[in-house]
Structure formats: structure tokens, C-alpha cells
Ligand binder design. Structure first.
Ligand code: MTE
Ligand code: MO
Length: 203
């Protein structure tokens, strides 16, 4: 029996519905660290979060302003394109919708490009970006995010592969057509639905 088959069969004995595990994935309790390039040096004193692009007026907040914003909790399964899934991860942070309410988007805006340290980017349709459970998270399992996992702030978009959940996020840009972000230029799927196995170009 293959590793993947055994791993999937194990779910029932853990009381987890196997339908929660997307095709081609295995579940793990570990929390692997994955990113391109190096971990940034973060200085909260000159950290800011910027919304720009197709908005009536660009917006900018300091770390203390973001930290003071209303929060929500999300518990979700996460699915990495490298085939691990982790169930019931819990996050706290500023709902994406809360920030969205602070701006006046142009009617031409259809997508967002998420921006992070070192020029890392990821693209999302606005509709997916605004899913109610999505957060700009600063807390994981009740503790501040670890630097490796995106401290001080990361996007969490549980319904797409985890590469869209940008670590060390610094803002986003509203754009009028889809465009590839960092991993999407390097072979990953433009959308990335784990249940459709949209891993790579052509999937
Ligand atoms: N800024 C940034 N965010 C990123 C990445 C990256 O390279 N840079 N990689 C993505 C990928 S491919 C994955 S699988 C997840 C991994 O998150 P983790 O290290 O917390 O498990 O972060 C995503 N967010
Ligand atoms: Mo990934």
C-alpha cells in the first residue's frame, strides 16, 4: 500500500472526514517552513502596510495602527502544493474585509496583487481575496507569528493552495486584469484550487 493511501486511510481513525484531504495530498501535524529567498529583517518602527493601485486614494498604516484594528478568528485546513495538508490551524488577525471597507475601489479592479518583503507577490481574484474567513493574521495558535511563518503579518486564504497565503505581507495593489505573482511566473497555477489539483501551469 502506498504512503499516500495509508496516510489517507489513517484519517478515519483520527475522526477526520477523508473528504477534507484534497487529491494528491497527505496530512501532517508538522508545520513545514517554505519560502523563496531569505527571511526578511523586520523592523516594526519602519514597517507599513500599503493599499494602492486602482483605488480612489491609496492608504497606508503603521504597525501600531494595524495592531489596533478589529480582529477575527479563523480555523482552517491548509494545503501546500508540495503535498502536505494540515488540519484545523487557528489564526487571529485583521479580516481582509475590514481593510477592504477602508478603501474606495475603482469599478475596473478585478484582481489584487499581494506585496511582501523582497518583492514577493501573489495574485488573487477580488472575490477570492474577500472570502469571509480570510485574514491578515498576526497570531497563530494563540501566539505571535514566528518569523519563519511570516511575522509580523501574513495573509491567510485557506481555500487556495498555501502559496497564496503570503508571508511578511506589506500590502496589496488593485489591478484591472489577472497577472502572475512570484510563484505563478515560476510555473504555479494562476488560481490554485487544491480540490481541483490546480498545482502547475496546464493543470
Ligand atoms: N513572502 C512569501 N510568502 C510566501 C512564500 C514565499 O516564498 N514568500 N511561499 C509561499 C509558499 S510556497 C508556501 S507553501 C507557504 C508556506 O508557509 P509556511 O512556511 O508558514 O508553512 O508560504 C507562502 N508564502
Ligand atoms: Mo508552497
Amino acid at each position: 500500500m502506498s504512503f499516500f493511501k495509508r496516510n489517507r486511510d489513517e484519517l478515519a481513525s483520527l475522526g477526520i472526514d477523508p473528504a477534507r484531504l484534497p487529491p494528491g495530498q497527505y496530512h501532517t501535524k508538522r508545520f513545514p517552513v517554505l519560502h523563496a529567498g531569505s527571511v526578511p529583517e523586520v523592523d516594526l518602527d519602519d514597517w507599513d502596510f500599503v493599499i494602492d493601485g486602482l483605488v480612489a486614494e491609496p492608504k497606508k498604516w503603521s504597525w501600531s495602527e494595524i495592531e489596533a484594528m478589529p480582529t477575527a478568528d479563523t480555523t482552517a485546513d491548509i494545503h501546500c502544493v508540495t503535498k502536505w495538508s494540515k488540519f484545523d490551524t487557528s489564526w487571529k488577525g485583521v479580516p481582509v474585509n475590514h481593510l477592504w471597507e477602508q478603501i474606495a475601489p475603482s469599478p475596473d479592479a478585478t484582481h489584487v496583487m499581494i506585496n511582501a518583503y523582497h518583492g514577493f507577490t501573489a495574485n488573487l481574484p477580488i472575490e477570492d481575496f474577500l472570502a469571509h474567513e480570510n485574514l491578515f493574521a498576526h497570531t497563530y495558535e494563540g501566539e505571535p507569528l514566528e518569523l519563519n511563518h511570516g511575522y509580523p503579518l501574513r495573509l491567510v486564504v485557506p481555500h487556495l493552495y498555501f502559496w497564496k497565503s503570503v508571508k511578511w505581507v506589506r500590502g496589496f495593489t488593485l489591478i484591472s486584469e489577472d497577472a502572475p505573482g512570484f510563484w505563478e511566473r515560476n510555473g504555479y497555477h494562476m488560481y490554485g484550487d487544491p480540490f481541483q489539483e490546480q498545482r502547475y501551469w496546464g493543470d
